[in-house]
Design a protein around this ligand. Structure first.
Ligand code: HPA
Length: 274
């Protein structure tokens, strides 16, 4: 299958340029790139150099694949991700997850900036993702399935690893960082939600809304990876609180929350058993 050949070519290109065999893959969301400062870097590869990788178009996302160690564990970090709203197909958006799996990754950690739909939330809070709702109107697994990559109908009854969630909550407790837990809903964007849409999302059981993560997580699950997801609440979408929102505000709030997020991920990586 062509997809498998593309994955193999990308994996080959990367393994020739690093001695790192990553066990953990990390995707850094909007305004959340600082974790890279904690990585002992072996190699930085710009996305545009990697065969078959799409090229990032959002300015706030640096497009680099970083190989190194974090908390003494070998990691591969995506500094910047690909979004559906940029015009990529979901197969393109999730291609790097396939490559991560090909490199040796067992656990995928995903982060994102999201709007808070839960009344207990404040701007700058973090939410451990317990489950998701896919409202993208598309699925990265649509089309022919390659059984070598995963099953036709992958189970989604428990996508977000309970052990990793528990570990994160424990780390939060120890460091005085409150972590919400909740459901992340993905919309295609790029327009933000209307008040009626926010009310709808709250009613269907979502706690945070964003434009990413779900495609990568579906493919990770398809590929048999364990998944941990965390949202940075950059704005509040609660009735009576909804205010005009700019992308700059989203980035600023994510930037401010970065130290907390960095600590959680760094410690999670340190303590997780592989
Ligand atoms: N809606 C959708 N995506 C987002 C939001 C939001 O309110 N905040 C950050 N990403």
């Amino acid at each position: 299958m062509e997809l498998r050949r593309h994955i193999e070519e990308s994996v080959h290109f990367i393994t020739e340029r690093t001695r790192i065999v990553p066990q953990i893959g990390i995707i850094l969301g909007t305004g959340l790139g600082k974790l890279v400062d904690e990585v002992e870097i072996d190699r930085v590869i710009p996305y545009e150099e990697i065969p078959h990788f799409p090229i990032s178009t959002v300015e706030t996302h640096k497009g680099n694949l970083i190989l190194g160690t974090l908390s003494e564990k070998p990691v591969v970090v995506m500094q910047g991700r690909f979004h559906y709203y940029e015009g990529y197909t979901l197969q393109q958006v999730t291609f790097p997850v396939r490559v991560m799996k090909g490199l040796g990754v067992k656990v995928l950690i995903v982060s994102n900036a999201a709007g808070g739909l839960n009344r207990n939330m404040r701007r700058g809070d973090l939410m451990v993702i317990t489950d998701h709702i896919n409202l993208l109107g598309d699925n990265p697994l649509r089309g022919p399935n390659d059984p070598e990559l995963g099953p036709r109908f992958p189970d989604m009854s428990q996508v977000y690893d309970p052990e990793l969630r528990e570990l994160a909550l424990q780390i939060g407790l120890e460091h005085g960082i409150y972590l919400h837990q909740g459901v992340y809903v993905a919309l295609p964007g790029p327009s933000l939600e209307t008040p009626a849409e926010y009310r709808f999302l709250i009613r269907i059981g979502a706690d945070a809304v964003g434009m990413s993560t779900v495609p990568e997580v579906i493919v990770a699950k398809h590929a048999g990876l364990r998944v941990f997801g965390i949202s940075c609440i950059t704005d509040l979408a609660i009735e009576g609180v909804v205010a005009p929102l700019s992308f700059e505000e989203v980035v600023q709030a994510a930037n401010e929350a970065q130290p907390k997020l960095t600590l959680i991920i760094r410690e999670l990586v340190r303590r997780m058993s592989l």
